[in-house]
Structure formats: structure tokens, C-alpha cells
Write a protein that binds this ligand. Sequence first.
Ligand code: FPP
Ligand code: MG
Ligand code: MG
Length: 330
Amino acid sequence: IFSSAADRAMAAAVEDGLTLVEDGLLRELEFADTIADATSRYLFAAGGKRVRPMLTLLTAQLGEGANPDVLVAAQAIEITHLASLYHDDVMDEAEQRRGVPSAQAVWGNSVAILTGDLLFARASKLVASLGERAILLQAETFERLVLGQLHETAGPQEGEDPIAHYINVLAGKTGSLIAAAAQMGVVFSNAPQPYEEAVVLFGERIGIAFQLVDDVIDLSPSADETGKIAGTDLRAGVPTLPLLYLRRRAVDDPADAELLERLERGIAGGDPLDLEKAIEDLRRNDVTATTIAEAHRWAASAVAALAPLPDGGVKKALIRFADVMVERSA
Ligand code: FPP
Ligand code: MG
Ligand code: MG
């Protein structure tokens, strides 16, 4: 993919940037307080793909590259993401994350929630050093993140289409932060302003695609691969897209209606083995392939948003990034 010397130099610059971001994150997650130092570093040390910093570094290549502000922005975004994971695992009652017990499984809900708050405070400090523009962007992103999560919790309003509602939830809880990651790269590398909207749309749409793939991975039985337990979202009462499709099909398909009933009985507290079997059947149902197809559609529309960008290494890398985001289902 990166055939020319210029493309390879760009890939190397992103790699170097990621190393600097990683070092920076290690420093930023340091606390003099012993408990805070252990809990705040916990999920960071457990793994993670650093997808958002990579995107910030990539879009910064449209401008002057990984200058100090770009590096700080990438760290702030990743810490905000980390903060949201601590809270998310409490709300989803997730037992595992990144192959280790979730923070609240180790320390309890209060410590997990407070660690999320602590990380958010650290992210805010970093963003403050970037000036008013970044503070506003971070605040707006945070608002959308929380509203997405709130609407997931509240469910669709009376008369609202559940699938449209769900896509809006994903745009908020996942798309907003990925879009901000892409936008900060453009803004703080002083790249041409017209690129900003293109990468925001790209980030938002790829975020939706990413989360749809996540919905399918959630059904996967191989807990060791993803660090999660099959059907974590469904068990926590989050009706992900495969389940929403199933509900739609159950209206005129008796077999789907029967599966839906088994799932709902299991989620409501029925026999755990029956629920496990029902989740496995959902995974094998057509609705999973339909969800993957929908993820690919969002990835394609993300790529289409890149039209205003110049042809070259950055655009190629972003297209590759979009592919990797949806191919990770395996
Ligand atoms: C993961 O979704 C959750 C999110 C992408 C965001 C959740 C947002 C909050 C908890 C509010 C933000 C709070 C702070 C302090 C920043 P998921 O549960 O579907 O994915 P998973 O499989 O990774 O658990
Ligand atoms: Mg979750
Ligand atoms: Mg969640």
C-alpha cells in the first residue's frame, strides 16, 4: 500500500508519533496517590489498540505532522476514551475488559467510577494547555459521548424507530470521540481548514462501523480473544443491532420469533445455559451477517467523505484504517 518513499516516510512518522504518545500517556497516568496510581494505569496497561491517537497522528500528516500540540491532543483523546471505559464497564456490568477483570470487578463500582472521573480530570488538564478551541471541542465531544450513552440507557422514545435510534446512539457514544480525534489532528497540525469537515465525517462514520462490528464481536464465544464474555451487551439489557434486526424479522418469521423469545427470557434472568445457547443461535443467524454488511456500508460512506482530501499517502492510510476497523471481526 505504501509504495512510494514519501508514503513510507509518513508511515514511519506516525509510528514514531505513537511511541511518543505512549510515553506521554505513561507520564500522564502517574499519580502520587498510591491507589489512584494503580487504578488509573490499570486498563491502559491491560492493552488497547490506540485507534484514536493513531487517527490523530494520521490526519496531522495533512498538515505539519506530530508537533507537540498534536501529541498532547492524541493523549487527551486516549485518556478520555479510557475514562469512558471505566464508566462503561460499571453500567454494562462487564466482568472483563482487555483480557483482565474489569476495574469494578477488582475494586468495586465506586473506585471504578472515581477512576473514570480522575482520568477525565487529567484529560481536561491536557486539553487546557491547547487553548480555548480545544477546550470547547473536548466539551462538545464529551457532551455527545454522554448523551449517546444516556440515550442507549433510556431506549427509543415513543414512536421513534429503534434502529435509527440505535445508530444515533453509536454516533454519539463512539462516533463523536473518533471524529474529535481526527479533527484535532487537522486543527493542531495547522492543516488546510477544508479538510476538517471531511475527517470529522470520516471519524463519525467509521466510529459507527467500528461499534457495529463490536456488536457482532460481543456475540463471539471466544472470550480469550476479545477479553469479553459472549453477549455482555445483551445481558446488560443493551439491544444491539443483531437483536434489533431479529425483533424486526420476528414479526413475520416464527423461527426468529422463537429465538427472540428465548433470548428475552434468558436476559430477563432465565437459565444461564439456555441464554448461552440462544446467544450462540443469534450469532449464527442471518442478522449477524446483515449487521456486518451494515458496518461495511458505514465504512464505505466514511471513505466517501474523504473526497476533498488530496490523493496521496494520508488518504490511502485512512482508507486502510477504515478497512482494518471493519475487518477486525475475524
Ligand atoms: C462502549 O460501548 C462505551 C462507549 C463508547 C462510551 C460510553 C460513555 C460513557 C460511559 C460516558 C463518558 C464518561 C466519561 C467519564 C468520559 P460498549 O459498551 O458497546 O462497548 P464495549 O464492548 O467496549 O464495552
Ligand atoms: Mg460495554
Ligand atoms: Mg456500554
